[in-house]
Write a protein that binds this ligand. Structure first.
Ligand code: SF4
Length: 689
């Protein structure tokens, strides 16, 4: 009897989150877990079922064009589709100028795509109007990290360092649902979870002998100030570390001194005794970490909120100390690399600033253009979407890897802005909500069908490898961008991923995120390379800040921050606070996971978690549909009565579209520094449908 040989399999990484778990994928599209330090062979349900997307019956396999705004989308060839896009770009830019065309990228795009998209916008389109959906999920942590440490790498240490942690404080991070394999690295630690909801991660905290701190949404900063006050009052500060490695404590303390735990409790609702207990645990352990995520960041004062957590970590002497640290758990698959290589409106490759003359000169040199020809900083993502189709705003939008009709705040207004455009072009894998609203849809390859690199939450650069060919008729994003650039008259936009990466290395050389020494050959040989890696023989930098921080004087900065109320507070008409987040089986806008039967079967529709008494007051019972109404719109969700919910708070997942989109409710109020919207709190009321 002969046994059929298993199809050869390729080592790659999961298409979803920033943990970038190791995967095997064979040429049939079958997925298996692969031993890798972040996941140790395990995958979450999303990773295990990701192969279902490769041969999905709804795959987009031919370009679609809408001949007129009201006409249906119809199939066309690639030449016709790209030619149509370029004709429209030329006409709109001739009439309105270069900024009439905007580009919207994503934190899930490979480093190569993010880089080429930024270059395409600045060189081929000459537009300043480019930003990306990372503005929705990482920009506040990035700004706070830059301000405090002089450098933004979410986790400045490998996640395996967490294996030995004794105490870990997770502020606004629901890792048990968003990154289950990461919880395996925390299994030996006492956990403290800060979250308005009793999430599965909060349950694990209690089971670990730790605590769940349940603040009022929008008051996390007060809690962090109260903890700093408790640390000071109880003699837990690391005075030697503060003197030798930081500046700014006195100024930060002047504001924190006003937030003794009992006063902080009155605002945030967390018992003062719990604050003292937690700082005692953190101070009493040798190996301890503070980690933040979207719950701390997605506020109109998210940068200050993250800063308050950093101040606490610095006061306790954690960052840069072996076995301890501060980190931010990046969310999207390439949330780290996606914010380093130029798809952000104020940025050039290598984490360079677009307003820095030396940075412009370096990158222009690599691109072979005059530095003066590069546009300046454009609008941030939310502001860009709000300007679409308006006088002085972009008339055309090219979207890669993002589903803004579901994921952007105040989604109803975003739909109006997209409808006001002269041209909406969407490159996508599946017919997501934004793609189906487009004038031109370009079908592109997905993770297991393409080459490239991703940079995971640790700042480690990883190889994404092609296991199988894309369906006939489908092109890679790099081929799409290259084809558009060629038709606009520009060479120098290669479609080969390694060629693009080699150019990215040169463009990043000497920058903060320096990839110059990282090559496909080194990665394929199995080297673990974390940036900065400036030379081909440099070993990379798995741990940052062990000797000095990245500011010129080598010291970290404590920055004075104080509480500011959320941009929108409850009133008689909207008496509840709504907060949004993720569930285990869905990812981001759900455009992929809602189409995987095994995942959609678990959570098929939106829901609103609410305390039973709050539901009863609104005339609702468990299992009924409710209307959740904010000042911007209403969303429908099935009622889930959850006794652990705060009486003043409801929760909705943001994975659903159309009338179930949680972002119909959310407030587009922006952080003044990061321009990140306030997804985590808005005022709502509940009504029966
Ligand atoms: Fe994929 Fe993230 Fe799940 Fe790992 S934790 S399998 S990277 S979605």
């Amino acid at each position: 009897m002969t046994v059929a040989a298993a199809p050869p399999r390729v080592a790659t990484h999961c298409p979803y989150c920033a943990l970038q778990c190791g995967q095997w994928v064979d040429r049939t599209g079958a997925v298996d877990g692969r031993e890798f330090p972040t996941n140790r062979g395990g995958l979450c349900q999303k990773g295990w079922t990701s192969g279902a997307l490769l041969h999905h019956p709804e795959r987009l396999t031919t370009p679609l064009v809408r001949p007129a705004r009201a006409a249906p989308l119809g199939p066309v060839g690639w030449d016709a589709a790209l030619g149509h896009v370029v004709d429209r770009i030329r006409a709109l830019q001739a009439e309105h100028g270069p900024d009439a065309v905007a580009v919207f990228g994503a934190g899930g795009l490979t480093n190569e795509k993010a880089y080429l998209l930024g270059k395409f916008a600045r060189v081929a389109l000459r537009t300043s109007q480019i930003d990306y959906n990372g503005r929705f999920c990482m920009s506040s942590a990035a700004a706070a990290g830059n301000r405090a440490f002089g450098l933004d790498r979410g986790m400045p240490f490998p996640v395996t360092d967490l294996d030995d942690a004794e105490v870990v404080l997770l502020a606004g991070a629901n890792l048990a649902e968003t990154m289950p394999p990461l919880m395996g690295h925390l299994s030996g630690a006492r956990l403290v979870v800060v979250d308005p909801r009793r999430t599965p991660t909060a349950e694990r905290a209690v089971a670990s002998g730790g605590l769940h701190l349940q603040p009022v949404p929008g008051t996390d900063l007060v809690l962090a100030l109260g903890l700093l006050h408790a640390a000071m009052a109880d003699g837990h500060l690391d005075a030697e570390y503060l003197t030798e490695r930081t500046t700014g404590f006195d100024e930060a303390w002047r504001l924190a001194a006003q937030w003794w735990p009992e006063r902080a409790e009155r605002v945030c609702g967390v018992p003062a005794a719990d604050m003292r207990t937690v700082v005692g645990w953190l101070a009493g352990a040798t190996r301890r970490y503070v980690l933040t995520a979207r719950g701390a960041e997605q506020h109109a004062h998210g940068v200050d909120t993250v800063t308050a957590w950093i101040n606490l970590a610095l006061a306790l002497g954690l960052p840069g100390r072996p076995g301890s640290g501060f980190g931010t758990v990046t969310g999207q698959g390439n949330g780290q690399g996606g914010r380093e290589h130029g798809q952000k409106s104020d940025q050039l490759p290598g984490y360079r600033s677009i307003t820095d003359p030396a940075a412009r000169a370096h990158v222009a040199g690599v691109w072979g253009v005059d530095p003066d020809s590069l546009p300046g900083a454009g609008r941030s993502a939310t502001e860009l979407l709000a300007a679409l189709g308006r006088s002085g705003g972009p008339k055309a939008l090219l979207v890669f890897g993002s589903n803004v009709l579901v994921s952007a705040p105040n989604a109803g207004a975003v739909a109006e802005r997209l409808a006001a455009l002269d041209l909406l072009v969407v490159a996508d894998v599946l017919p997501g909500e934004t793609a189906m609203a487009a004038d031109v849809v370009l079908p592109v390859a997905q993770w297991a069908e393409e080459e490239g690199t991703m940079t995971n939450l640790e700042g480690r650069v990883l190889r994404r490898r092609r296991a199988l060919d894309p369906p006939p008729g489908v092109r890679t994003d790099l081929e799409v961008v290259s084809g558009l650039a060629q038709r606009l008259g520009f060479d120098g936009f290669p479609a080969d991923a390694e060629t693009v990466f080699d150019e990215l290395r040169a463009a990043s050389a000497g920058g903060i995120a320096d990839y110059a020494g990282i090559s496909y050959a080194r990665l394929d040989a199995g080297e673990a390379l974390h940036w900065p890696c400036p030379e081909p023989d440099h070993p990379g930098t798995p741990r940052l800040f062990t000797e000095r921080f990245a500011h010129a004087d080598g010291r970290a900065r404590l920055v004075a921050v104080d509480h500011t109320p959320s941009a929108e507070l409850p009133d008689a008409e909207h008496p509840l606070r709504a907060t949004t987040g993720r569930v285990l089986v869905h990812y981001q806008s759900g455009a992929q996971t809602r189409r995987v039967a095994e995942l959609a079967g678990v959570v098929p529709e939106s829901f609103v978690e609410v305390h039973p008494d709050t539901a009863a007051r609104a005339g609702l019972v468990d299992g009924e549909w409710a209307r959740v109404v904010s000042r911007r719109g209403a969303a429908q969700a099935r009622v889930r009565c959850v006794p652990s919910m705060r009486l003043d708070t409801v929760f909705l997942p943001f994975h659903f579209g159309a009338e179930q989109a949680a972002n119909l409710l959310t407030n587009p109020a922006l952080d003044p520094v990061s321009r990140m919207p306030e997804f985590k709190v808005c005022a709502v009321r509940l009504e029966p449908v």
